[in-house]
Design a protein around this ligand. Sequence first.
Ligand SMILES: [Zn+2]
Length: 427
Amino acid sequence: MSNEATVKLYDQEPYETTFTAKVLSRRPAGEHESARAGHSFAIELDRTLFFPEGGGQTSDTGVLTPKDSRAGKPSADILDVQETDGRIFHYAAIPLEPGAEVTGKINWAHRFDNMQQHTGEHIVSGLAHKLFGLKNVGFHLSDQTVTMDYDKELSAEQIETLEAEANRAIWENRAVTVLFPTPEELTGLDYRSKIDLTEGVRLVRIDGVDLCACCAPHVRTTAEVGLLKIVDYRRYKGGMRLWIVCGNRALANYRMLHDQSAAISEALSAPRDELLEPILKIGRDLDAAKAALIDAQSELLRAEIAGIPADQEHVLIVEPDISNDKMIRSLLNELSEARSGYCFALFNVTDNDLSVSETTEAGKAPAPETPAPTWRYICASAGSDCRAFNEQLKSSFPVRGGGQPTMVQGSVTGSKESLSEWFKAAF
Ligand SMILES: [Zn+2]
């Protein structure tokens, strides 16, 4: 294993995509070294354009091809690069011979996407610091999301200002440059940093916007970020977490939202920029329709109940389609007032196949695989203890529920026939 340090070409040349290098070492990769499956070898080069995972950002991906690949030496796909104790390891499924000359090529689409997102983050964090005195305390850039954490909360208006100012800084096409100040120069600089370093500090400067210690590749000018949108924000650990999309991710996000609103617009026959009111109206209409259905069901049920003889002590009501607990409860309260027995309602049936049990011909057993339905139930009584009723029900059917002497409720599993027969036999 070599002790030479790898030259970080990406530090100075963020726009280069190919390079040549010499293999310094290769070794079998440890089990937990690389998160990517099938990466058996850790390869060290004398120089590299591959940015290793770090500073909240995923590593570059690409390929390493041996110079003598025409002699049958295969290329190695690189899906992960890690920096450990100052050494950079490229993870591959195949080994490359130490001393071999290789050509490296990074996946530019992936790299440029990371550069757009990362510079976008510096613009927002720099402005959040400048405008509102916020400190960036966390950053994560994955292939799907970009999140930034700040030490203080922001209001919705401040978030809007931040987004507007970030986009203004993008349109102003400000230069993004990298500095390696000496320790003396560093003491005179006011820059953002998560850790205190005095030597080998790499600073990324965005003219007029930000100066921040950072190890990652950035775009040359802010205009290359294209567009920046804060897509979400939440309170987080006493501060705030922001989600952003930049450049091509912002375009993809806009396309997704545009396609959705176009489809909704077509379905509702409403203009795309006036979708909210028609959707809210559907919600209001649905609420009104539900209320009207409950009224109609309640009226129907009252008419049925009116036909029950006044001297009938125990009453069973079976209403599989009614789902409103409140309505059933108030009807049972009325019904049980003048009776000493139990008023038992089975309603809101689920997981059932009533059609099977109801259409089964007499004498023919239902198919054994037919599951018994589950009902909501309420039992009310003015003169008997409903808890005793509940115990009796529990001894014959699977039941979840309980309550007071005047009313019990819960769910019970059983066919309409078996529950009706049980009630008739028991009371
Ligand atoms: Zn950075």
